[in-house]
Design a protein around this ligand. Structure first.
Ligand code: UFG
Length: 343
């Protein structure tokens, strides 16, 4: 079976993807510098699949170590590149850190892959490249809007770097996946999101508030041009997202794509407001989420949800989990974290 290198494989989306790859029989090599994840994630992966993936603690910014990793783990068939810094606010404060981490790591990979005869790359991009789309749901053809943060800019520049590299190397193939808002956790509750410090994203803040770890959730704005005034996003179960990576790798390895570079939206196609998420979370989990409405958060997009038709039709992939199930899994994971901490 094919061997896949997963950078950022102990991270939130990375770890769920490693599980899905292993379930489909792929051999996986994980590299991660553990800057925003924990080595114990490998135990969670092993508990679910019965297989502990090969692991290298290295930073993709370090060209020499990356080169050594490719030398050690020969015959890699494809790379899935998750490793990146992802906090929008932090990127505004530390732009150079973001440009360095996110761009140098990608450039290193793209330089080293042909040297080690690897020609296939799946790249983690984001719906952030669309900014506030003029038309909803947003398709892959929508214009790329000026980035609102250095983080968003690194995703746009990364897509351009990949496009140019593929263009210059006819035997190179890439798939760019534009994620909407990944939430939830594996059904086993053995792996999930591990936010560092105070969560920036909505769902970890919701689960921590429901658990009593935070006093209340701040809802950033109720005066947007949406039915209830709060922002709308397309929340997708992280396991659905992970499965799209497996399908993407398989598509390239099976030579199903006649194209060198393809881009897909990964979303459900359903837009939900912040207040709808809170209400649904309370209902399905039978818990309270104390919240208060505060002012808008700088840089927030008012509303965005995906047109996932291209991924549905071309990849043969479709988000399968319901929002209720997704919100249940997020709560099960928070409860699992509490058990670990108290044991
Ligand atoms: N929100 C709150 N309170 C919170 C946290 C979030 O009301 O404590 C709201 C936000 O204002 C937004 C929604 O919940 O309306 C979702 O916010 P997230 O921070 O969870 O997600 P974003 O859509 O802002 O950002 C996510 C990823 C980014 C990515 C972006 C693309 O975190 O990496 O989607 O749009 F760039």
């Amino acid at each position: 079976m094919a061997k896949i290198l997963v950078t950022g494989g102990t991270g939130y989306i990375g770890s769920h993807t490693v599980v899905e790859l292993q379930k489909e029989g792929y051999e996986v090599v994980v590299i991660d510098n553990l800057s925003n994840s924990n080595i114990e994630v490998l135990n969670g992966i092993e508990k679910i699949t019965g297989i502990r993936p090969a692991f290298e603690n290295i930073d993709c910014v370090d060209y020499v170590s990356l080169d050594r990793t490719f030398e050690k783990h020969i015959n890699i068939d494809a790379v899935i590149h998750f490793a990146a810094s992802k906090a929008v606010g932090e990127s505004v404060e530390k732009p150079l850190l973001y440009y360095r981490n996110n761009l140098v790591s990608l450039i290193n990979l793209l330089q080293l892959m042909p040297i080690h005869k690897i020609k296939k790359l799946v790249f983690s991009s984001s719906c952030t490249v669309y900014g506030q789309p003029d038309v909803l749901p947003v398709t892959e053809e929508a214009p790329i809007k000026p980035a609102l943060s250095p983080y968003g800019n690194t995703k746009q520049i990364s897509e351009e770097i990949i496009r140019d590299t593929v263009h210059a190397n006819p035997c190179f193939q890439g798939i760019i996946l534009r994620y909407f808002n990944p939430i939830g956790a594996h059904a086993s509750a053995e792996i999930g999101e591990l936010p560092n410090g105070v969560p920036n994203n909505l769902l970890p803040f919701v689960t921590q508030t429901a658990m009593g770890l935070r006093d209340e959730l701040k809802v950033f704005g109720d005066d947007y041009d949406t039915p209830d005034g709060s922002c709308i996003r397309d929340y997708i179960h992280v396991v659905d997202l992970a499965k799209a990576h497996v399908v993407s790798v398989k598509r390239m390895l099976d030579k199903k794509s006649g194209q060198q570079l393809e881009t897909f939206n990964l979303g459900t196609g359903l837009g939900l407001s912040v207040l709808e998420i809170i209400r649904n979370f309370e209902r399905v989990n039978n818990v309270k989420v104390p919240y208060k409405i505060v002012g808008r958060r700088e840089g927030d997009i008012e509303k965005v949800w995906a047109d996932p038709s291209r991924a549905n039709n071309v990849l043969g992939w479709k988000a399968a989990e319901t929002i209720d199930e997704t919100l249940r899994s997020a709560w099960a994971w928070e409860k699992h974290l509490k058990e670990i901490k108290s044991s």
